[in-house]
Write a protein that binds this ligand. Structure first.
Ligand SMILES: Nc1ncnc2c1ncn2[C@@H]1O[C@H](COP(=O)(O)OP(=O)(O)O[C@H]2O[C@H](CO)[C@@H](O)[C@H](O)[C@H]2O)[C@@H](O)[C@H]1O
Length: 642
């Protein structure tokens, strides 16, 4: 992430000429109380293209947040140290890469520049939050340190957006040492703080590592059970058998972290907003209610359950409850009884503990990652057995659509691409397409529609629907590339399909972030036949890269993709993609035919659709404001469970 500091604008600030003088002016800006405002770079991404026609005076400074000093984690410290570090850097680098330049003389600024400066100055998004909070995210994965999917993306970028709003933000995740991505943790140092965690019949010592980056305290819980090959959840033999233990440990450690870690010199303390993400972090609200509040600790804290995927609930045998380090009288919070039809035999009483259910009944508020999904989880079709319970808490459920890390996912700066591009200059996209075709060994043909699929090969993402539709699709002159791993039968099928359709189909089995970027940029169409999709990030990424999504009308996909209508707006057209329903091979193929037809025959309409998608504001800043609102509501109400 990067942030923008508005040091001067529209004649209000201190103005002088020349890069060298920028140092002085920035200092003056601070000294005179002319406080800058932080905003996400997405709001000015359009304006970045103006950079080349640069003029005399530096007015807006875009500061990569990695420049932020690691010595301070205080709210105000973040602000000042960011400014100071860039002051130090500027004299040596006369033309800072991320700097927007405008003339000091208003008469030399064009209308667009004027408007941009005005927007920056006026925007609510540029302001710091009215109420500053201590926010603690707890997650099983966090990008770039650990990522298997969208949960990692969200927990790696939303906290930064909240920190930019002035909140003090900590993210707690395990320190995975898998032999492959260990180097990611090189910047995190041992806090020299060990705590005992009593659970699973013993006392386990955990350590904390800490890195202050991009305004956020990244805290990694260290324990031997996180040191093994594979993903955060399993290896080639399947899910790890001790995941319940590993994530119970995470939750206990996360509850202690704000109390015991003096980050930047002082602890977060007892007044925090916890955001417990998915089942792995679901014991956090249970522990706050059952273990801490009864002793007068965390009385002023609240916990929000963020549901990214209801399909995974952390269900384990009822006998494991006594392992969790939760007072026995709280069994009812986690108690889960399977319906009779789901029991294995006549003596099976169907008794289990369900971690996510525990969080549903103890958290103060519940969030999902789109409004559509917020409703779906209260229905029998989308509730995965928890619909009635969630329905009973509907008053505190909100849906907030995920944002995008616009520093990581922007075609104008993407380091994984062979060429970059912008909405005003799409030449680079054609280069990306040709390079992708070359990389995959497909015929390099600019005119042939290239369709991509990226995602886990599992029931949710609907790769089987692609499998079913592929023979029909392959009758046309198109190319298809799939990237994913998961279901081994599906992986085998992808390899088989490659041999079957040598000139048209490629299946890339595995997990590769660079390849995901190159497919997103190089394809014309991104296919998402998800059975359910709480939000979905790939369609947001695709639209930013001028790649048109064709997706099942469900959850966040329905919320974020507008169906193409070439005749709307007096022939200008409207929409950013295709959404189809019901979820069937025929509906998907028909929708794809429509998209392919438009790609071939409606080139202007297609270009306008790309433009609309690329200009959509999908930055985290907008969503961060909504999260803030939910935090405030949570803090107003008394604790839900005590
Ligand atoms: N083989 C591969 N190689 C490289 N990268 C790969 C990959 N397979 C997937 N990815 C990447 O992983 C991420 C997946 O994002 P999704 O939104 O599909 O999340 P996911 O379903 O995991 O998570 C859940 O949480 C997120 C976040 O809230 C919700 O958007 C979503 O609907 C919900 O199911 C994307 O960044 C994608 O590019």
């Amino acid at each position: 992430m990067a942030a923008v500091q508005l040091t001067s604008c529209c004649g209000r600030g201190v103005a002088s000429t020349g890069v060298a003088s920028s140092h002085k002016r920035t200092e003056e800006g601070i000294g005179s109380g002319l406080r800058g405002n932080w905003v996400s770079t997405s709001r000015i991404s359009r304006a970045l293209s103006l950079k080349t026609s640069a003029i005399e005076v530096l007015v807006v400074q875009v500061t990569p947040l990695k420049a932020v000093s690691s010595s301070s984690s205080s709210r105000n410290g973040v602000w000042c140290s960011a400014v100071e570090s860039s002051i130090g850097a500027w004299p040596q680098t006369p033309a800072p890469e991320n700097t927007l330049t405008f003339s000091a003389d208003p008469s030399e600024r064009n209308q667009e520049q004027e408007q941009m400066l005005k927007d920056l100055a006026d925007s609510d998004e540029t302001k710091r939050a009215k109420t500053l909070l201590n926010v603690v995210f707890v997650s099983a994965e966090v990008a770039p340190y650990s990522k298997t999917g969208g949960l990692g993306d969200v927990c790696g970028s939303l906290p930064i957006a909240l920190a930019q709003r002035g909140h003090r933000v900590m993210v707690v995740a395990p320190r995975y040492m898998n032999g492959v991505t260990d180097a990611m943790y090189e910047g995190a140092f041992d806090c020299q703080c060990r705590i005992p965690v009593a659970c699973f019949g013993a006392t386990h010592e955990v350590a904390f590592f800490h890195e202050f980056r991009a305004g956020v305290d990244w805290v990694f819980v260290d324990h031997p059970s996180y040191h093994r090959q594979g993903t955060p959840y399993g290896d080639t033999r399947g899910a790890f058998g001790d995941n319940q233990f590993r994530f119970t440990l995470l939750c206990h450690a996360a509850c202690e972290a704000p109390l015991v870690l003096a980050l930047g010199g002082y602890t977060y303390g007892e007044k925090c907003v916890f955001v417990a993400n998915d089942w792995h972090a679901s014991l956090v609200p249970v522990l706050l209610a059952s273990k801490y509040r009864r002793h007068g600790v965390y009385v002023n804290s609240r916990c929000i359950l963020a549901i990214h995927n209801l399909a995974h609930q952390g269900v384990e045998p009822a006998t494991t409850f006594s392992n969790l380090g939760i007072p026995l009288e709280w069994y009812g919070a986690l108690e889960w009884v399977f319906p009779e039809w789901a029991r294995l035999h006549a003596l099976d009483k169907g008794e289990a503990v369900n971690h996510l259910k525990g969080a549903v009944v103890t958290s103060d508020r519940i969030l999902t990652v789109s409004q559509g999904y917020a409703w779906e989880i209260t229905t029998p079709e989308g509730g995965c057995g928890l619909d009635k319970l969630l329905g009973s808490r509907a008053a505190v459920i909100n849906g907030i659509t995920n944002g995008v890390d616009v520093d990581d996912w922007s075609p104008s700066v993407d380091r994984h691409l062979p060429a970059t591009f912008t909405v005003g200059d799409m030449a680079g996209k054609a280069e990306c397409k040709a390079a992708l075709q070359r990389e995959l060994g497909l015929p390099v043909r600019p005119e042939v529609p290239l369709i991509g699929f990226i995602g886990r090969l599992d029931y949710q993402k609907g790769p089987d629907i692609v499998q079913e539709g592929l023979p029909e699709l392959m009758t046309d002159d198109i190319q298809v590339v799939m990237l994913g791993s998961g279901d081994t039968e599906m992986e085998k099928w992808m390899k088989w399909a490659e041999t079957q359709y040598r000139e048209k189909f490629r299946g890339w089995v595995g997990f590769s972030v660079p390849v995901a970027h190159r497919i997103t940029a190089g394809c014309d169409i991104l296919l998402m036949p998800s059975r359910f999709e709480p939000c979905g990030l790939n369609q947001l990424y695709a639209m930013r890269y001028g790649t048109i999504p064709v997706a099942h009308a469900t959850g966040g996909l329905r919320d974020t993709i507008e169906n193409y209508n070439p005749d709307a707006n007096n022939g200008e057209g409207s929409g950013t993609g295709w959404i189809f329903s019901p979820l069937s091979k025929d509906a998907m193929v028909n929708s794809l035919w429509g998209a392919i037809f438009a790609y071939r025959n409606d080139k202007e309409g297609w270009a306008r659709m790309q433009e609309r998608g690329m200009e959509k504001d999908v930055s985290w800043t907008r969503s961060a404001l909504q999260y803030e609102q939910v935090f405030e509501w949570a803090m107003i109400d008394p604790p839900y469970a005590a």
